[in-house]
Each structure stands twice: as C-alpha cells, then as structure tokens.
Design a protein around this ligand. Structure first.
Ligand SMILES: Nc1nc2c(ncn2[C@@H]2O[C@H](COP(=O)(O)OP(=O)(O)O)[C@@H](O)[C@H]2O)c(=O)[nH]1
Ligand SMILES: [Mg+2]
Ligand SMILES: [Zn+2]
Length: 295
C-alpha cells in the first residue's frame, strides 16, 4: 500500500491512504542515516505493510525536500518532502521577522527549486509609519520578482488572494513562532484544529507549540504543511560559493563583474557592489554577506 505521510513525530508517523489515517512505525533499517536527524518527513510517500503494527517498509524517491540545519547538532533536518511551494510567513511587528530570515528562506527555496511566496501577516495592527515601512519592503521584493502579499489571518483580510495560489499545490508554511502560521492554517483548512498561542505580553513573541511538521488539507488536492516555530533558519548542505546564484538580482549583473567567478565580496570592480542602492537593495546585500559568513 502506498501512502502519504501527514505527520511525523520521530516515534510514529501518520500515513494517509484513501482518507484513512494509519498510525505507523518505521522499519528498523530505514532509521539509520548519519546525515539527517529524521529519515522521513511530512510529504513523503511511503510503502506500508501490515504486521502486528502498520510498518513503513520503504520510502519512495522524493521530488524534493527542504532541509535546514538541526538546532541540536550539525545534522540536517528535513522540514517536508515533495512540496510545490514555500510560503514564508512574516510579520513586521509582534514578532518582527528579520529580513535576513526571509532571505535565508528564499535562498533555500531557490536552491531546491521550489517557488517561494512571501506573506506579511498582521496587517491589522500596523500604524501608518509601519505600513509605509512594510510597503518599502514589499516593493523591493516585488521588484526582484518574488510574489509578495500582505494579509491579516486573524481578521481574514486579503487571504482570498492566497487561495488560488494554494490550489492543487502542497505548500510548506515557514515562519518564526508567533507570526500566525496556525491561525492562517486554521482559517484555510476546515479540519485543522491547530492550537493558537497567545503572544507573550512581555516579549511580544510567540511560544512554540507545534513540535512536528504536519500536513493539513485545504481540499482534496491542496495541502498546507505547518512547521514548528524556530528562531533562525540555518541553511544546510549548500556551499558558500553557490549562494550567489540563489540571488536572482545578482545574476542579472554578474556578467559585468571584473572576475567571472566574482563572489561580490571584496573583489575589485564588482558590478553587484556598484549597484547597491540602485538595482540592488542594500538589505539583501547585507543578508547575502551574513549568509556566506555563517556557512
Ligand atoms: N493582530 C493579529 N494577530 C494575529 C494575526 N494572526 C495571528 N495572530 C495572533 O498571533 C498569535 C500567534 O499566532 P499563531 O497562529 O499561534 O502563530 P504561529 O506560532 O506562527 O503558529 C496569536 O495570538 C494569534 O491570535 C493577525 O493577522 N493579526
Ligand atoms: Mg503554530
Ligand atoms: Zn561581483
């Protein structure tokens, strides 16, 4: 039997076959992978066999998967497999999403060939100044060519704009804790009963409730995958000299750099650096430097 993993806890896995969810465990030999903390993630297609327990006997080849560096060690952690899009949920207030966080997610999406969508939530709590700031950020991302939206998940403002994009896709939702991932997923997925965490009055940050990535159904063909909140998105398995190619706006300029393998760092006559504050948004260039420094 072939099924779709909708939830993985590390101990047991929910696998969906024809609208029925099986609680399954993993066959021993599949557990061993020295590079990754989790051999299976939501979105994986697996082969089940029935013994006393229902056992995952095999994993089907993945179309793709998004891997980040584990918080606990240097291994990779698969966030989800076989996904079509990455929805980066952000907020410029309560909590503030760092531009470098967004850019790390964008690098990852580009590297794994997954379409990113940038969504700013909590439109309802922004004052005039904050709205102006958000519009600048939005304009910059749109100019680079990224689909970008502003919504309020809590008050269902502009969320309909997302629905069409979600249709017939598996979308991984990523974002700092407290940005509203569960609120958005509850709104879009009828059956989901995600726990919403009140923002702490002291820190204005969300607590982390979701511990494992889990897939929810918008309809028969459209799915959202919720990820556990985390503070930083650390890249995994990407070489430093590959990062520059994941910034589409750099690619348009690099032909005119003096060196054809220019890293746009300290090289003389770098056309990317020359264009900072022109066609290159300074914040993106800063993200770029911080990403390559941290690898
Ligand atoms: N004002 C406002 N609050 C929101 C919005 N979306 C979510 N929240 C609140 O933000 C807090 C965290 O939401 P939650 O969905 O648990 O965030 P998650 O950690 O990303 O899953 C809760 O108090 C939500 O009610 C929004 O659009 N506007
Ligand atoms: Mg949540
Ligand atoms: Zn250069």
């Amino acid at each position: 039997m072939k099924g779709l993993v909708t939830k993985s806890t590390g101990k047991w896995y929910d696998v969906k076959i024809n609208n029925k969810i099986y609680k399954t465990i993993l066959r021993g030999k599949l557990k061993i992978d020295n590079q990754l903390t989790n051999p299976i993630a939501s979105g994986d297609y697996v082969e089940l066999i029935k013994n006393k327990d229902v056992i995952i006997n095999n994993i089907y080849k993945r179309k793709n998967c998004i891997i980040r560096k584990s918080n606990r060690n240097d291994k990779g952690h698969i966030m989800a497999s076989n996904i079509d899009q990455l929805l980066i949920l952000c907020s410029i207030k309560e909590p503030y999403t760092k531009i470098s966080f967004i850019d790390r997610c964008l690098v990852s999406a580009n590297y794994y060939n997954i379409k990113p969508i940038i969504v700013f939530n909590k439109l309802d709590i922004l004052n005039k100044n904050e709205l102006e700031n958000l519009n600048i950020i939005l304009k910059n991302y749109l100019t680079i060519g990224f689909d970008s939206f502003v919504i309020s998940a809590k008050y269902n403002i502009n969320v309909h704009n997302l629905l069409q994009i979600m249709e017939k896709n598996k979308t991984l939702v990523i974002g700092n804790s407290g940005v509203g991932k569960s609120t958005l997923i509850n709104l879009l997925c009828n059956k989901s009963k995600q726990k919403i965490n009140p923002i702490s009055k002291k820190t204005k940050k969300g607590k982390q409730t979701t511990t494992f990535s889990e897939m929810f159904e918008i309809n028969e063909n459209s799915f959202l995958i919720d990820t556990p909140g985390f503070k930083e998105f650390q890249l995994y398995g990407i070489e430093k000299n590959e990062i520059k190619y994941t910034f589409p706006e750099f690619n348009k300029l690099r032909d005119k750099c003096k060196f054809n393998n220019c890293n746009h760092e300290n090289e003389p006559n770098c056309n990317v650096k020359k264009n900072i504050d022109k066609t290159i948004w300074r914040k993106r260039y800063t993200s770029y430097l911080s990403i390559i420094k941290n690898l």
